[in-house]
Ligand binder design. Structure first.
Ligand SMILES: Cc1cc2nc3c(=O)[nH]c(=O)nc-3n(C[C@H](O)[C@H](O)[C@H](O)COP(=O)(O)OP(=O)(O)OC[C@H]3O[C@@H](n4cnc5c(N)ncnc54)[C@H](O)[C@@H]3O)c2cc1C
Length: 479
């Protein structure tokens, strides 16, 4: 967390909501202006900590990185820079805001009420769904909104996969999935790709990608609905895995089946403005309306930055730039109304950021039966058989942003438990057989074992307290 030595004002000077490029940049500027901003990262309701770039691989167009940079690494760096200058973080969602009174009031998913003089809304946007009739049945059982997170899942290996969409994200995901699938079908509503020319050319030149023009997905099906038995279906009680799509030809109206084991959505985003609906002006598509070319909203002291107020550019760099503008505007507004209580940083020049230590894959030579956190199949085999304590097994894949968010949370839980539980990480790309045996259908997946028995499992990013409660539950029950 940020500078713990900085005193917390009874009413915050400035709260930034959202931890994408807009939020972290706003916090960086506000922290350097001695406003000691509180940044509420978001956790589940409108994306994940770090925002949309956590769900992508290479970012090639963010200035300053001539060879490109991985999205999660870029966001780690932005976070580290904001923290280094004294930003304080709260890892939760804002569930409700009251902007009609002073100070402004925010209510968090952790039950806290926060009063603040100024707010920067940087809540970004969330991936759209198609809302197909049977979508819920196959969500995480073949359907995913994040190819980068879930593409390496064993069920998708050497299978036919589909991506829906015609923009840059869809093209990037289609190319990415050719690493895993036997063929990738790109389902495009129109008769051309909306992606940049460079991206479209890569897709059209790729022999592993088939583009289906003028098609829309109408529904999704299990194998039994296609009259075929499913060889991967483990037991009768288990929910079915996706086996086919129904596509409709938008020109002729004709329907056709396409056999695929994975369907990845890349059909755009909706701005995360539900929080302020009815309190601030939104445009017809739900984007926040600000003063033209400026970050001020219709309420004094409330500013907007990034994709949440930008229907047009929606890039990392434009979001970061607008975060800077919002922080400078907030600083001026606070100074003009004499509302800010400056918080001096101690030390004035912060320490350099320390590089994170990577965990080596365990083998017979370096395995430590008491270590809190280890990595790889050797450690899993040993701990599964020998560990007398609760054992958390987290299945990750290398470019999965949500995994990147979750791992430090799990490590903190284990640290707080002081050795009463242990953890092991399995990279499903390095150990696909283990992931297959464990029935992992996407990353991150967490399994909690005690004495070789699976006690609980989770999929996706969850709050620390959920893991803590589950482990403490095992520790208090006699084995
Ligand atoms: C797959 C993909 C690839 C992309 N590739 C590129 C690229 O190569 N280059 C590029 O420049 N741009 C790229 N973009 C676009 C870029 O990611 C966005 O423009 C940028 O992330 C927007 O930043 P933001 O800070 O406005 O919002 P976001 O990144 O969307 O972050 C929003 C933040 O708000 C939080 N939040 C939401 N609701 C709440 C709430 N109620 N309470 C608290 N917090 C909340 C979320 O958890 C999240 O942390 C890509 C986008 C996607 C989806």
């Amino acid at each position: 967390m940020g500078d713990a030595s900085a005193a917390t004002p009874p009413v915050e000077n400035l709260v930034v909501i959202g931890s994408g490029p807009a939020g972290y940049t706003a916090a960086l500027y506000a922290a350097r202006a001695n406003l000691s901003p509180l940044l509420i990262t978001g956790f589940q309701s409108g994306g994940i900590p770090g925002g949309q770039l956590m769900t992508t691989t290479h970012v090639e167009n963010y200035p300053g990185f001539p060879d490109g940079i991985l999205g999660p690494e870029l966001m780690d760096r932005m976070k580290a820079q904001a923290l280094r200058w004294g930003t304080r973080l709260l890892e939760c969602d804002v569930e409700r805001v009251e902007l009609g009174q002073r100070p402004l009031r925010l209510f968090t998913s952790e039950g806290a009420t926060i009063e603040t003089q100024a707010v920067i809304l940087a809540t970004g946007a969330s991936a759209n769904r198609l809302n197909l009739p049977q979508e819920g049945r196959f969500w995480s059982r073949g359907i995913s909104a994040c190819a980068i997170c879930d593409g390496a899942t064993p069920q998708f290996r050497q299978e036919e996969l589909a991506v829906v969409g015609g923009g840059d994200s869809a093209c990037e995901e289609a190319v990415y999935l050719t690493k895993y699938g036997s063929r990738v079908h790109l389902i495009v509503r129109g008769d051309r790709l909306r992606a940049s020319a460079a991206m479209a050319d890569r897709v059209l030149a790729n022999p592993s990608i088939t583009v289906h023009w003028n098609r829309e997905v109408v529904d999704v099906h299990a194998a039994d609905e296609t009259g075929v038995s499913d060889p991967d279906q483990a037991g009768e009680d288990e929910a079915p895995w996706l086996a086919a799509l129904t596509l409709r030809d938008r020109s002729s109206g004709a329907s056709e089946r396409l056999a695929v084991r994975g369907l990845f959505y890349a059909i755009g985003h909706t701005p995360n403005t539900a929080l302020v609906r009815g309190q601030l002006e939104l445009d017809g598509r739900g984007y926040l309306v600000t003063r033209p070319g400026r970050p001020e909203t219709g309420i004094e002291g409330v500013f907007a930055a990034g994709d949440v107020a930008d229907a047009e550019w929606r890039q990392g760099i434009t979001a970061a730039a607008s975060g800077c503008q919002a922080a400078l505007a907030a600083e001026r507004w606070l100074a003009h109304h004499d509302l800010a209580i400056p918080v001096e940083r101690q030390p004035v020049d912060p320490e350099p950021v320390r590089q994170p230590v990577r965990t080596a894959v365990s083998d017979a030579a370096n395995f430590d039966p008491e270590a809190l956190w280890q990595k790889g199949s050797y450690a899993l085999r040993r701990l599964y058989h020998e560990c007398p304590r609760p054992l958390l097994v987290v299945y990750t894949s290398p470019s999965c942003g949500p995994c990147h968010v979750l791992k430090p949370q799990l490590k903190r839980v284990l640290e707080e438990l002081g050795g009463r539980a242990q953890g092991v990480e399995i990279d499903i790309e390095a150990d696909p057989e283990i992931a297959q045996q464990a029935g992992v259908s996407g990353t991150p997946t967490v399994h909690l074992f005690l004495n070789r028995e699976l006690r609980q499992q989770w999929r996706g990013v969850k709050q620390r307290r959920e893991f803590m409660a589950a482990i403490e539950g095992l520790l208090t029950v006699p084995a």
